[in-house]
Design a protein around this ligand. Sequence first.
Ligand SMILES: Nc1ncnc2c1ncn2[C@@H]1O[C@H](COP(=O)(O)OP(=O)(O)OP(=O)(O)O)[C@@H](O)[C@H]1O
Ligand SMILES: [Mg+2]
Length: 240
Amino acid sequence: MLLEVHDLHVKAGGDEIIRGISLSIGEHETHILMGPNGSGKTTLLKAIMGLRGIEIEDGHILFNGEDITWKPPHVRARMGLAMMFQNPPRIKGVTLSDVIREIERRYGKPEDDLGNLVEISSLRNRSLHVGYSGGEIKQVEILLTILQKPRLALLDEPDSGVDVENLRRLGEAMNTMAERASLLIITHTGGILKYLRKVDKAHVIVEGRMICSGHSEEIIPLVLENGFDGISGREGCATG
Ligand SMILES: Nc1ncnc2c1ncn2[C@@H]1O[C@H](COP(=O)(O)OP(=O)(O)OP(=O)(O)O)[C@@H](O)[C@H]1O
Ligand SMILES: [Mg+2]
C-alpha cells in the first residue's frame, strides 16, 4: 500500500475531530472522500500532510511503508505527498510565476505540457491567490499540486465553485496526474466524477468516523441519492 492510516485520532482546537479512522490507498488508485460539512474531511487530509494546527493523539500513518506520523510536512512533500488546499493562504508580493519557478526548481520541469489543462495566463503576474475568484483558486491549486509530481495528491474539493468548462479541464489535469500518482479527492457534489477516467474506492466520514468504505460505483450513487443518513450498514459499505 502507498498510504496506510491506522486508527487515527486527531484533535483540533481542543476537540477530538477524527475519532479512529483507518484508510489504505494503493499505488495509482483514486479514492473519493465524502461527508457532511464539519465531519473532519479537511482535518484528515491535514493530518496526512502533517500540517500545523492539528494534534495527532493516537494511531499512525505509513507512506510507502515508512512511518510518517511525526514527520514535518516538508519531509512528507519530499517523499511524494502533495495537498491542494480548500482555503489556501493569500501571499502578497509573491506572484504565481515566482511560485511556479520555485516549484520547478525543486521538482524539475513538468513532464507534460500543462498549458491547455489549466488556464492561468492572466494570473501569472499577480500575487498568489490575492483577489483570485473561487474557480481561479481551484485551478491554480491543482496546477501547483501537479507541478510537485506527487506520488499521492490530496485534493480538497477541487470541484466546488468551478464552471462546467473548467471542470472538464480540471478533470483532464487530474487524469494526467492519476497516470503517475494516487489521488484522494474530497467532493460534495461529485461534479468532478463525470470527468475522471478511473475511480477505485469511496469513503464516507460522519462526525470523525468512517461510516462507509467501498467500491465507488456502489457508494457514490447511494450518497448522492440518499445523503448520509442510513448509509452505514448498507450493502457494499464496510466500516473501519
Ligand atoms: N483549528 C481548529 N480549531 C477549532 N475547530 C476546528 C479546527 N479545525 C477544525 N475544526 C473543527 O473541526 C470540524 C471538522 O472540520 P473540517 O474542516 O475537517 O471539516 P470538513 O469535513 O472538511 O467540512 P467542509 O465540508 O465544510 O469543508 C469542524 O467542526 C471545525 O470547526
Ligand atoms: Mg473541508
